[in-house]
Design a protein around this ligand. Sequence first.
Ligand SMILES: *Cc1c(COP(=O)(O)O)cnc(C)c1O
Length: 238
Amino acid sequence: MSSPSLPPIAANLERVRERMARAALQAGRDPAAVTLVAVTKTHPPAYAAAAIAAGQYDIGENRPEEAWAKYGDRTQPELAGMRLHLIGTVQSRKAAIALACQPVLIHSIDRLKIARKLSELAQAQGRVLDVLFEVNISGEATKAGFGPDALRQALPELLSLPGLRSHGLMTIPPWDPDPEKARPYFRALRRLRDALIQEYPEADWSQLSIGMSDDFEVAIAEGATLVRVGTAIFGPRR
Ligand SMILES: *Cc1c(COP(=O)(O)O)cnc(C)c1O
């Protein structure tokens, strides 16, 4: 991209990918087993276009209405090939917009009500949505997500919803400048996932969406298959 107002997105992406690969190799993992989702929330569509031009097709947004406004029309050549990930809470009244965004994955199914609603809407369109369940693993009162016990209680219904297909779990640890502080939460999510593999072997639990700009290396060491990185690629948000 030639616009002088853009941050060095291609160079930042290269640096993040290098750090990801190093973290994977250090953990004895295949770097190809970790997908980078570049989070463009608050930034104009030119940022996503620059990422796509640099070969970064997985793009994340946390609000369906913002995703729709920016990427609802992906026929523009600059956005061709984008795989849109929805990574934030979907309000019930925004469920139809979330569906219209044609997300490749919704990381953030955080309550039964929205799961039922999205399933119903998807089914009515003859579609099946690929989703992760968001877990409030820290138990913080302000955090979205199922508590581990609530998730277990809801899973028989969640896994039977005809319009949803689950692939694993997502969490957001409490914010802390020290990435090591996130490790116990990532590890707890992985252990919950490992238990669920035993309890529901018929479901797909392959995906762990953990890790952001400050802690993605720790997340990769703890088994992340998806990292959601904004600031380290696109700079600070307005
Ligand atoms: C904004 C956001 C991110 C990216 O955060 P950075 O710290 O900028 O990398 C990741 N996950 C979710 C759910 C977000 O809303």
